[in-house]
Design a protein around this ligand. Structure first.
Ligand code: GLC
Length: 718
C-alpha cells in the first residue's frame, strides 16, 4: 500500500530529506551506469547525493526518462521517484511563436491550445513539470527576456497566464498524464531590471509591485499553477530567493500558496554575490527560511543543511515542510504509482511535430504577426516578380531563444513559405548581408536580384541569441549592416516590404521610414515562413496588435501606455512650451503604441453609447458601439476598452486596459459590440495599500489601440 507523503517523511533520514531539495541537470543522471561524470565530481556531488536527489532539470525523451527513473528507483532506498522538469516555454518540439508574439495575438484560446500541445508532446517525452509560464511584466525592450513575456499590461498578462496554466495542466492533472504541472516564473518583477540589463537590481515601491507586476503571478496561481520559481533579482533590497516578505508573508501567507517553490538556476548560491550571505551556509539559511523548497543546480542545501540542523541553527521542521510539499506534488502527479507518468516513446514519436500540431503553430503565428505599416503594397499578388533579400530570407533561426528542442532545420523558412505560393521563376532569394556582417558580393547579388524584381521583400532581424536570457542590448535598432542594406535598396525605387524577425520591440528608425510596409513576425516558430507567406499574399489577414510599446528610441525607455500624467504633462491646455515633462529632441509618445496593428481592410467605430453615465457596485456600466468594415476585404479588429480614474488616493494611470473584443466583419458589414464594466475593475492600491475603488469621475476610452480612442465620461457612485 502506497505510503502517504507524511508517513514517508517519517521514514526518511535527514540526508534523504535534504536530497529531495536538490535539483540536478540531466547530465548528472546520464553517465553510463550512473557513473559520476566530470561536472558532478567538480561540484563535489557524491553518488549518494545523486541517489537521494529529488528532481532533474532538462531531461527529456521517453526512453531516457524511463531509464533514468528506473535506475533511480533501483538505487533510492525508499523508492522515491524523481520529478522530471524542463523549460517547455512555447512548445516542446513543435515550436510556437515566442510568448511576446502570442501576446500580440490577443487570442487566449490559441494561447491555451499552444500550451496544451506543448504539454502533450512534453508529457509523452517524460516531462512532469514545465518551467512556464513566464509572466513577468515588461517595459524595457533592452532586456532580452521581453520575448518570453506577453507584454506591458497587467490585465492582459493575467489573462494569458491563466490560459497557459489551463493549457499546461488541463483540468485533472492527477489523472491526465498527457499534461504537465506548470511553474509560474520569475517571482517577482524580474522584468523591471534596471537599465534592461539582465539579472540587474529591481527596486519598486510595494504599490508598483502590487499594481503592475504581481497580478499575473497571482492569476496563474488562482488558475491552479502548481509551482513558483524565484527570480534572480532583488525586490526592495533583498534578493527574491532569500526574501521572506515576498515568499513567506506574501506568497505563502497572503496568497495561501502551499505548493512547491524552486529557485532559479543557482539563485540560492547567488545570495553570496548579491551580498546578503557571507557563505553558502548563510545562503542556505536565507533561502530555506524564505520558503524555497528546491535549490536548482547549486548545493548550498545539500552541503550545509545537515550541519545547520545538527547545530540547531535551522529547525528541521523547515526542511520537513519543504520535503512534504515536494512529496505531495509527486503524489499529485501520481508518480508513486506511475513513476514514468506519461512517458511513451511511441506516442512521443506520433505527437512531436505532427501535422495537427504544426497547423496549430501556424494558426497562432498568423495571429501573432503585427502589420506595422502598409502603404498599399500588401497583400502581394502572385504575378509579381519578388526579390526576397536579407539574412532571414532562408534562415531557420526563427524559433526564438527558448526552443532548445525545436529543430531549426524543420522550421519553414520564409523563402520556402513564399516559394510555395508562386512559380519559382518569380522568386529570387539573396542574403544581401548577414545579421551583423556584410560583404560586397552579398550586396551586389542583392542589388542585381532587386533590379529584376517588381517588389522587394526584406527579411531582417536579430539572431535568436540577441534576445532571450542574458541577451540585453543597449542599442535596439537593427544591426547597422541591415540598415545600410535597406538604404541601398531603397535607391532602386521599388516597392519594399520589411519582414522582421526579432525578440523585442526595436527602434525602427531606418526601417519604417524606408520600407513601404513592415510586418513584425517576431520569432514565429516552426511554421513561421508558411504563416508569413499566407499573410503577405493576403490568404489570411494580419490581426496582431502590439502588447508592448515600440519606443521612439532607446533614450525614451521605459515607455509604456499605462503611464502617469505627471504634474506638468506635455500638451495640457495651459502647458508651458518648455517647463513640461518632455524631451528636447524626441516626442514623449512611443513610435508605435500598445494595442496598435493594421489589417488589410479599414474599420469605422460609431460613437460609443452608455446606457447610463453613472455606475455602482450593484449597477455595472453598459457600453455599446457599432463597428463597420469600411474596406473591400473581410477583416478582424480588436476593440479595446480603457479606463482612467481622474482623481485617486494615489496617482492613477492615464489608461488601463479593462476589456477587449475581437470582431470579424465582411466588407460593408456592421456589428454591435457591448462591454460591461464592473466596479471591481476600478479597484486599486491606495496610499495605505488597501485595495478598493473610489466613487468619483472616470473616463472610458474605446478604440482599435491605446492611442486612437474616443472618450466618454462616467461616474462611480457609492
Ligand atoms: C534559467 C532561467 C529560467 C529557467 C531555468 C532552468 O536561468 O532563468 O527561466 O527556467 O534557468 O533552465
Amino acid at each position: 500500500m502506497m505510503k502517504q507523503p507524511a508517513e514517508l517523511l517519517q521514514l526518511m533520514t535527514l540526508e534523504e530529506k535534504i536530497g529531495q531539495l536538490l535539483q540536478l541537470a540531466a547530465p548528472f543522471f546520464q553517465g553510463a551506469d550512473g557513473q559520476i561524470t566530470g561536472p558532478m565530481a567538480e561540484m563535489g556531488i557524491t553518488e549518494e547525493t545523486v541517489r537521494n536527489t529529488g528532481s532533474v532539470l532538462g531531461l527529456t525523451g521517453a526512453e531516457d526518462v524511463i531509464n533514468v527513473q528506473k535506475q533511480h528507483l533501483a538505487t533510492n532506498r525508499l523508492g522515491i521517484p524523481l520529478l522530471i522538469m524542463a523549460d517547455i516555454v512555447h512548445g516542446y518540439k513543435t515550436i510556437f511563436p515566442v510568448p511576446l508574439a502570442i501576446g500580440c495575438s490577443w487570442d487566449l484560446e490559441l494561447a491555451e491550445q499552444s500550451a496544451e500541445i506543448a504539454a502533450k508532446e512534453a508529457a509523452a517525452a517524460g516531462v512532469h513539470v514545465t518551467f512556464a509560464p513566464m509572466v513577468d511584466l515588461v517595459r524595457d525592450p533592452r532586456w532580452g527576456r521581453v520575448m518570453e513575456s506577453t507584454g506591458e499590461d497587467p490585465y492582459l498578462n493575467s489573462e494569458f497566464a491563466r490560459a497557459f496554466v489551463r493549457g499546461f495542466q488541463g483540468k485533472d492533472l492527477v489523472n491526465d498524464v498527457s499534461r504537465v504541472a506548470a511553474c509560474v516564473k520569475h517571482f517577482a518583477a524580474y522584468g523591471a531590471a534596471e537599465g534592461g540589463r539582465d539579472y540587474n537590481t529591481v527596486d519598486l515601491s510595494e504599490r508598483q509591485l502590487r499594481e503592475f507586476y504581481l497580478p499575473s503571478y497571482k492569476a496563474a496561481l488562482d488558475e491552479g499553477c502548481e509551482m513558483v520559481m524565484t527570480a534572480f533579482n532583488t525586490v526592495d533590497g533583498i534578493p527574491a530567493t532569500g526574501n521572506k516578505w515576498l515568499m513567506r508573508d506574501l506568497l505563502r501567507g497572503e496568497w495561501s500558496f502551499d505548493g512547491v517553490m524552486i529557485s532559479d538556476w543557482g539563485a540560492v548560491k547567488e545570495l553570496i554575490p548579491h551580498g546578503v550571505a557571507a557563505n553558502e551556509a548563510e545562503a542556505a539559511i536565507k533561502a530555506i527560511r524564505a520558503g524555497v523548497d528546491i535549490e536548482m543546480m547549486t548545493t548550498c542545501y545539500s552541503d550545509h543543511l545537515q550541519k545547520l540542523v545538527e547545530s540547531k541553527e535551522i529547525d528541521e521542521a523547515l526542511i520537513d515542510e519543504a520535503v512534504l510539499r515536494i512529496l505531495e506534488l509527486k503524489q499529485k502527479l501520481g508518480l508513486f504509482e506511475q513513476p514514468y507518468r506519461g512517458a511513451n516513446a511511441q506516442l512521443e514519436q506520433e505527437l512531436v511535430s505532427s501535422e495537427a500540431h504544426r497547423n496549430a503553430s501556424r494558426e497562432l503565428a498568423l495571429k501573432s504577426c503585427v502589420l506595422l505599416k502598409n502603404d498599399s503594397v500588401l497583400p502581394l499578388n502572385r504575378e509579381q516578380k519578388i526579390a526576397l533579400i536579407g539574412p532571414f530570407a532562408a534562415n531557420g533561426d526563427i524559433l526564438g531563444p527558448w526552443s532548445w528542442l525545436g529543430s531549426k532545420d524543420e522550421a519553414v523558412q520564409l523563402a520556402a513559405g513564399i516559394g510555395s505560393k508562386i512559380d519559382a521563376s518569380l522568386l529570387s532569394v539573396t542574403e544581401g548581408c548577414g545579421i551583423e556582417t556584410a560583404t560586397e558580393e552579398q550586396l551586389k547579388a542583392a542589388i542585381a536580384a532587386a533590379s529584376e524584381a517588381d517588389v522587394l521583400v526584406l527579411a531582417l532581424g536579430e539572431h535568436s541569441d540577441m534576445s532571450g536570457e542574458a541577451g540585453s542590448r543597449s542599442n535596439i535598432q537593427l544591426p547597422q549592416v541591415q540598415l545600410e542594406l535597406i538604404s541601398k535598396l531603397k535607391q532602386l525605387g521599388k516597392p519594399m516590404v520589411a519582414v522582421l524577425f526579432n525578440g523585442r520591440p526595436l527602434d525602427l528608425h531606418g526601417v519604417i521610414d524606408q520600407a513601404d510596409a513592415v510586418l513584425e513576425a517576431w520569432f514565429p516558430g516552426t511554421e513561421g515562413g508558411a504563416a508569413i507567406a499566407e499573410l503577405l499574399f493576403g490568404e489570411s489577414e494580419p490581426t496582431g496588435r502590439l502588447t508592448m510599446s515600440f519606443p521612439y528610441s532607446v533614450g525614451q525607455i521605459p515607455v509604456y501606455y499605462n503611464r502617469f500624467n505627471t504634474g506638468r504633462p506635455q500638451g495640457a491646455p495651459d502647458a508651458q512650451v518648455r517647463y513640461v515633462s518632455q524631451y528636447l529632441d524626441i516626442p514623449n509618445e512611443p513610435l508605435l503604441p500598445f494595442g496598435y496593428g493594421l489589417g488589410y481592410t479599414t474599420f469605422k467605430y460609431s460613437e460609443a453609447v452608455m446606457a447610463a453615465d453613472t455606475m455602482s457596485a450593484s449597477e455595472p456600466l453598459q457600453v455599446n458601439l457599432t463597428v463597420t468594415n469600411t474596406g473591400t476585404r473581410a477583416g478582424e479588429d480588436i476593440v479595446q476598452l480603457y479606463v482612467r480614474d481622474m482623481a485617486g488616493d494615489v496617482v492613477r494611470p492615464l489608461q488601463e486596459l479593462k476589456a477587449f473584443k475581437k470582431v470579424m466583419l465582411q466588407p460593408g458589414e456592421s456589428k454591435e459590440i457591448s462591454f460591461t464594466l464592473e466596479e471591481q475593475q476600478l479597484r486599486y492600491y491606495h496610499a495605505d495599500l488597501t485595495f478598493a475603488s473610489d466613487p468619483g469621475e472616470f473616463e472610458l476610452y474605446i478604440g482599435p489601440n491605446s492611442r486612437d480612442v474616443s472618450a466618454l465620461k462616467f461616474k462611480l457612485s457609492k
